[in-house]
Write a protein that binds this ligand. Sequence first.
Ligand code: SAM
Length: 413
Amino acid sequence: MPEFNFDALRRAPDVEAPNLFAVDPTDRFILDEAAELIEAAPAGSVVVANDRYGALALGAIAVHGARAVRVHQDAYSGELALRRNAEAQGVESSAFRSMDVEPTLVDGARVVLLQLPRQLYALDELAALIARAADPDVVVIAGGRIKHMSLAMNEVLSKYFGDVRVSRARQKSRLLIASKPRVVGAATAGAGAGAGAGADADGTTTGTATGEDAKGRSPLTLASRHDAALDLWVAAAGAAFGGTRVDIGTRFLLEFLPDMAPDAHHAIDLGCGTGILATSLARARPELRVTATDQSAAAVRSARETARLNGVEDRVEVVRDDALASQPDASADLIVLNPPFHVGSTVHAGIALKLFADASRVLKPGGELWTVWNTHLGYRPALERLVGPTEQCGRNTKFTVTRSRAVGELVSN
Ligand SMILES: C[S@@+](CC[C@H](N)C(=O)[O-])C[C@H]1O[C@@H](n2cnc3c(N)ncnc32)[C@H](O)[C@@H]1O
């Protein structure tokens, strides 16, 4: 195996730019701190969670000799980057296995390496799972950039672990090292996790787990909340955008639902998050076949549950995908999109442009892309260039809603 080179790691197929990095000082800090534990851990007992582009998993394998590593990455593009980076660095694909957030991810784990997720709910979901299913001697080494960390993270970990230690700072990163797991109620995923059964003050309820797995452990349940204005149930797993709340941009875009491609047969909710747009479309238009895609594993779980809670699961197909990679050219009549403007914690337009270009490829000639965006982002020229003629259909104090008509030929990026 050639010598492992962190600096050669790439983000592709995620957006690449001079100010966006595939590895950060937190990855190296976590690996250095965990070195002895990883080296002493039996095969199959090292778990990596929230690895961005594979630095943690590949570092554990190539530098510290971990074997049969289980890896969870919420973003599908991160999973693809891990595979590409492994190949480029000569790490065999059998050295790791990508998994969703499920009990088997952490079953019997002795060492868990974790890039702290931004959402507390996502941390809660993982910590609950580790406490329930990992080895009683498990040590969790969780790290983050100090500017993105909060005391609430210590509190979440302290709920599930008897011992939580805070490291010194190193290159603007810090570690939280947790051990002595304790089991706290049922593992409940998503917004509202930890609120207990029933509804919390803002109406979030915890869902009901159906059945148990082979070892008699309850599967994760998703939090859900009824939005009275839309009369819509929204389910959310830990890392899903917006939790169980309806984003105000999404709410504005929904006002235009009756105007969207009235003769459409196939619609796509691109970057579906918790599936609010997909479910609303399916519910309002019974003749429509709806595909919901998102690269986030948590979003996919959430969107499936949102569709189910609103009785349209048979008409909403939810796919985990990087943009629309699995959708054929010229196959959709309508695409709805509330694009992300963050890449990780960095504000970056690249991801929205990538989604516009893929929407253009997948729309039939004359098909419509409906987009809502923060007006200050000024996406209209990009939509004109990448998709086709674009008109403003609505504007409020914060957001603009546009309809772009595909011209039937690929527009250069
Ligand atoms: C602003 S949120 C909108 C979520 C949802 N449509 C809504 O309106 O509530 C943007 C979504 O795009 C997803 N996303 C980001 N990059 C993506 C990619 N490359 N492919 C697919 N989805 C992506 C994010 O995971 C996130 O769920």
